[in-house]
Design a protein around this ligand. Structure first.
Ligand code: CTP
Ligand code: CA
Length: 226
């Protein structure tokens, strides 16, 4: 990292990171969300800042504080995250989609607290827009990094997401492994590019994981591999 900092490997680059989980409102006191802590996204933002980039984080619900030295924009829903990201996409050089975006949201957000009545309650959910896939479809000069959280067949699903969402890198995350995924301070990731596995990293702190991902991204951008 020291070398990266001295070289300012991401100097002059504008990096847009999403972090945390989205919040999909059911009524004024209830919502659907997920276990994301925001730690991985914030670690990416911090590492990019150290490497000399100008960093903006679009953050959903997080359980830790954002790093110093980066611009933080708070959002709740997947739709708000999509709008915030699209607003800044043209001016971004690297986009890292580490947020855990809800795949479904309640069809209806009630203005008043839902009162209990029957013995069962069925919620109707509808799909959210896939933010990463939307970006992949509009990509011009941007280098796009996505995540894939899986509990099985990591390589297959990660490569499938890379292709479908037109990403330059996918960070594959086997969230069923101890020491990987949500909430902890460590992660175990495999980094994939368009031609397959680039690196299977050992268990590392999220900070170290973030640095390694960005060093590889910076190399590929410099080489024009993107
Ligand atoms: N993602 C997104 N918008 C969504 C859902 C996911 O931008 N509505 C992004 C995530 O931020 C992540 C990547 O897509 O970078 C993969 O997310 P993941 O949940 O692993 O994959 P999905 O495509 O949602 O598929 P599934 O949950 O069925 O595995
Ligand atoms: Ca998903």
């Amino acid at each position: 990292l020291l070398r990266a900092k001295e070289n300012g490997q991401l100097a002059g680059k504008r990096v847009l990171v999403t972090a945390g989980g989205t919040v999909e409102r059911l009524d004024p006191v209830r919502y659907l969300t997920n276990d994301s802590s925001g730690k991985m996204g914030f670690a990416i933002a911090e590492a990019a800042n150290v490497m000399g980039a100008e960093v903006t984080v679009i953050a959903g619900r997080t359980s830790v504080d954002a790093p110093a030295g980066v611009t933080v924009v708070r959002v709740e829903s997947a739709q708000q995250m999509l709008d915030a990201v699209l607003e800044r996409f043209d001016q971004s050089d690297i986009v890292v989609k580490s947020a855990a975006v809800a795949d479904y949201r309640p069809v209806t957000t009630h203005g008043q607290k839902i009162k209990k009545s029957g013995e069962t309650l069925t919620l109707e959910l509808e799909k959210t827009t896939d933010i990463l896939q939307t970006l992949g479809g509009r990509k011009k000069h941007q280098f796009l990094i996505g995540f894939a959280a899986e509990t099985e067949q990591l390589e297959k699903y990660a490569m499938d997401k890379l292709t479908r969402k037109n990403c330059d890198l996918i960070v594959g995350n086997d969230v069923s492994q101890d020491g990987a995924g949500f909430n902890g301070d460590t992660n175990i990731v495999q980094l994939f590019g368009p031609s397959g596995l680039i690196e299977a990293m050992p268990m590392l702190s999220k900070r170290e994981t973030a640095q390694r991902i960005l060093v590889i991204a910076a190399q590929r951008i410099a080489e024009g591999t993107a």
